[in-house]
Structure formats: structure tokens, C-alpha cells
Design a protein around this ligand. Structure first.
Ligand SMILES: O=C(O)CCC(=O)C(=O)O
Ligand SMILES: [Fe+2]
Length: 280
């Protein structure tokens, strides 16, 4: 039975991590999109003043809601997770004014990144645009505070299962043939905890099935992940992190001064050689 047991152990995939301080470059974003870098952490990538103003706009946002899809958190915007294309894009359309209100009178740092990436990709005849359908199109990002009460404020998961299951009428499943990149901006962080943890494991379809998470990618158990090495990104307000969302990742419990952990997030990836889509 040794062989049967060995085949159940999660496969280890090496992670390539890059961490530095400064402005993010479009070349680095492309390296994550191409799968050359697994995790990119840019410290002090946007200003503390901008970070604080976005956090205030989140706290006061009339579109702030509690998540009701089994993942504990408060959010502004729309999530395609466990939704079909019609529902997701309709929600994205109705949430748009609230997402825009996060950036009232500010230079939106997420849009600035996409504008720069778009110029770079256009030079290679690659289009960059939001995912869309007859029901609407994706917003630039969503804003979320995770509120899981256990060891993780966001349980370990992968971002690919939800893309594979986005529905036949959706543009998204094509992206799962390539790297699904999660793009994360952190406007507010507690002094301790709230690390983004990435495990050296990119589950296959059969590994997902063995864990019963083939349609959601969420959550992977502590027992399943126990034998695997991991890397913790220790984030501060003003940081940006990009990861290959196919790798299992989660957010450690936060402690410290009670400052909220606020995330601006979206996903992006190649749907075709000449098309990069983003969605939330
Ligand atoms: O909050 C984070 O750092 C990660 C968020 C995440 O994994 C997700 O939104 O899928
Ligand atoms: Fe994720």
C-alpha cells in the first residue's frame, strides 16, 4: 500500500519568489503572467496617503456588504466565485458606482497599473480589457476585508477551480489554460499577521477532486497542506502582491493594533495569445 499512499501526497511545485521595494514594472507583471515568477511582492508601491484615503472610502462606502457565499468577509464590488456569467456581470454593473466611490478624487492605482500594462502589451499587438458578456463587464477591482475566525482569515484555496467552473458562456475558462494571476493592492494592514501564505503546490484536477474542491478550489485542509513548504509575504499598507493563483494560498489570522486588513483585488490572464482579460 506504500505506492497508493505515495500517490495521495500532494505534489510539490517549486515557487519562484521576488520581493523588493519601489514601483512595479510592467516587465515584472508580464513575468508573472508568463509563469516565470510565482509570487511578486513590491513594498511601498503606492503612497500611504492614497492608501489611507482608499481605506476611508471603503469604510464609508454605501455599497459595503457582508459576503454570503461561504467565504467570510466584507466587500465592495462583485465576485465571480460560485456565480454564472449572467449573475456575475449583472452584479458587476450594479456595483460599479460603489467601486468608483473607492477612488473619488484620487488617481486609482489599479487603473494606473492596467493603463501602463495596456500600453506595453499593445506594442506586441496584445489586447488588454475587462472580461465581458451581454450582461456587462468586469470592474477594475473589488475591495475586501477577510473575517475568517480560525487559523486563517481567508482559508487556503486556489483561484483556478472557480475560473474553470465559470460556465460555458463565459470568457474566463480559457484563461485557466494559462497562468491565472491574482493582483492584490493593500491599502490597510494590521501590524501583525494577515500574511499572504503561498504553498509549494499547484493542484491538478485530480488533486482538487481528492479534496472535494473541484468546483470552488476552497478550502484545502491543514492536514492536506501539512507536508508542503510555504512562503509568507509579510505585507504592509502600500504594498502590491501578484501571485500565480493556481498555487494554494491563504491569509493568516491577523493580530496587533486592530487596524483592518483591506485588499483591492482582481485577476488577470491570457485568454488567447493576443488577448489578456481581467475580472474580479
Ligand atoms: O487577501 C489576500 O492577500 C489574498 C486574496 C485572495 O487570495 C483572493 O482574493 O482570492
Ligand atoms: Fe486567492
Amino acid at each position: 500500500m506504500v505506492t497508493a499512499q505515495a500517490s495521495q501526497a500532494p505534489a510539490i511545485s517549486p515557487v519562484a519568489i521576488k520581493e523588493r521595494t519601489g514601483s512595479i514594472s510592467t516587465g515584472e507583471i508580464l513575468s508573472v503572467l508568463k509563469g516565470e515568477i510565482t509570487g511578486l511582492h513590491i513594498k511601498q508601491a503606492f503612497s500611504p496617503e492614497l492608501a489611507e484615503e482608499i481605506t476611508t472610502n471603503f469604510d464609508r462606502n454605501p455599497g459595503l456588504k457582508e459576503r454570503k457565499d461561504g467565504v467570510p468577509g466584507q466587500y465592495v464590488g462583485a465576485s465571480h466565485y460560485r456565480r454564472n456569467a449572467a449573475t456575475y456581470f449583472a452584479e458587476a454593473e450594479s456595483a460599479r458606482p460603489f467601486v468608483e466611490a473607492l477612488f473619488t478624487n484620487l488617481v486609482d492605482p489599479v487603473r494606473a497599473l492596467f493603463d501602463a500594462l495596456k500600453r506595453e502589451l499593445n506594442k506586441e499587438a496584445i489586447e488588454l480589457r475587462p472580461a465581458r458578456s451581454e450582461h456587462g463587464q468586469a470592474n477594475i477591482c473589488r475591495a475586501i476585508c477577510w473575517s475568517g475566525a480560525g487559523m486563517y482569515s481567508l482559508e487556503p484555496h486556489d483561484d483556478v477551480a472557480q475560473v474553470l467552473c465559470a460556465g460555458k458562456d463565459s470568457e474566463l475558462p480559457a484563461v485557466a489554460n494559462n497562468t491565472v494571476v491574482a493582483l492584490n493592492f493593500y491599502p490597510s494592514m494590521p501590524d501583525e499577521g494577515g500574511n499572504l501564505r503561498i504553498w509549494s503546490h499547484k493542484p491538478s484536477d485530480s488533486e482538487r477532486r481528492s479534496q472535494g474542491v473541484e468546483t470552488t478550489g476552497y478550502p484545502y485542509s491543514t492536514a492536506y497542506l501539512e507536508p508542503l513548504p510555504y512562503h509568507d509575504f509579510q505585507l504592509k499598507a502600500g504594498d502590491i502582491a501578484l501571485i500565480d493563483g493556481g498555487f494554494v494560498h491563504g491569509v493568516t489570522r491577523q493580530s496587533g493594533n486592530g487596524k483592518p486588513r483591506l485588499l483591492l483585488n482582481c485577476f488577470l490572464g491570457f485568454a488567447r495569445r493576443d488577448l489578456v482579460l481581467w475580472w474580479t
